[in-house]
Design a binder for this molecule. Structure first.
Ligand code: ZN
Ligand code: ZN
Length: 276
């Protein structure tokens, strides 16, 4: 109902409302406009009282594309693009014909068909993923979508696929309160046109952090770490993509892919927000 119509009804039908109680329409429009300005001013005041800091350089973020990444740092983010490794998405310099694997993936025995990544984990991109994961990055979810819009190979890859986030162990989930892989999957549904998110996997072993482990140790660490969610049924005509925040050796994503493959997934991929 338009403001004009509402005003007309109020004026004609409200017996108890005295005519002087209703401000003229022009005054109401001024009030609406004033309210908008107060809100805008409120945001500006909040920015002064609680300035938004850049996760990359620590500077104040003002009038930028993202809420928590300044324009300089955004310009430093290296997004993946063609040509890239068909297993992990790492971009190759120069021309490459046909599917190729990067040196990092040569020793990987992938259970999945193909993989993509969004950006290289350097500088501000690394800081962003770190903040998202370890500092309860609820406030970064808007920026996550803004970044994801620039991840062309990743967006095209997930289009119409069903995304399966790498799960946290229930104990870690209770402690952390969120699963960043789920946030990434949700962002890819919002801006990449993925068909949806299905939490098909569970983490049955609370594995130690593997940031300092080599490939062999990571693979051992991930052995038997995941299982199919009770009652989960996979459809043979669906393209499933396992989603995680980081691709390092691919051990975690590969362990998840193995469970889905054994459960009957025919078309299977992996996707990571960052590679490093
Ligand atoms: Zn910055
Ligand atoms: Zn690779």
């Amino acid at each position: 109902m338009g403001t004009e119509r509402l005003y007309f009804i109020l004026e004609r039908s409200a017996f108890s409302v005295k005519r002087w109680a209703l401000p003229p329409l022009s005054a109401m429009l001024v009030l609406v406009e004033t309210e908008k300005r107060i809100r805008a001013a409120g945001r500006a005041v909040l920015d002064v009282v609680f300035p938004r800091w850049c996760v990359g350089c620590g500077g104040v973020v003002e009038a930028a594309t993202c809420q928590h990444i300044c324009e300089n740092c955004l310009g430093e983010v290296v997004f993946s693009r063609l040509p890239h490794c068909s297993t992990c998405g790492w971009p190759f310099p120069g021309e490459v014909s046909g599917p190729r694997r990067c040196p990092n993936c040569v020793d990987l025995d992938p259970e999945f068909d193909e993989g993509r990544t969004g950006m290289l984990l350097r500088g501000p991109a690394r800081a962003f993923v770190h903040e998202l994961k370890y500092h309860a990055g609820w406030h970064l979810r808007g920026d996550l979508q803004i970044l994801a819009r620039q991840m062309t190979p990743l967006r095209e890859f997930v289009s119409s696929a069903v995304l399966v986030p790498v799960p946290l162990h229930p104990r870690r989930m209770r402690w952390r309160g969120f699963n960043q892989a789920r946030w990434i999957a949700d962002a890819l549904v919002a801006v990449g046109g993925a068909a949806g998110v299905e939490e098909l996997l569970v983490r049955v072993r609370d594995t130690p952090q593997q940031t300092r482990l080599d490939r062999a140790a990571r693979e051992k660490n991930m052995k038997g770490a995941f299982a199919l969610h009770t009652g989960a049924i996979l459809k043979s005509d669906v393209f499933y993509i396992v989603v995680d925040d980081v691709f390092t050796t691919g051990a975690t994503l590969n362990a998840c892919a193995k469970v889905l493959r054994q459960a009957g997934a025919s078309a299977l991929g992996v996707a990571s927000l960052g590679h490093g």
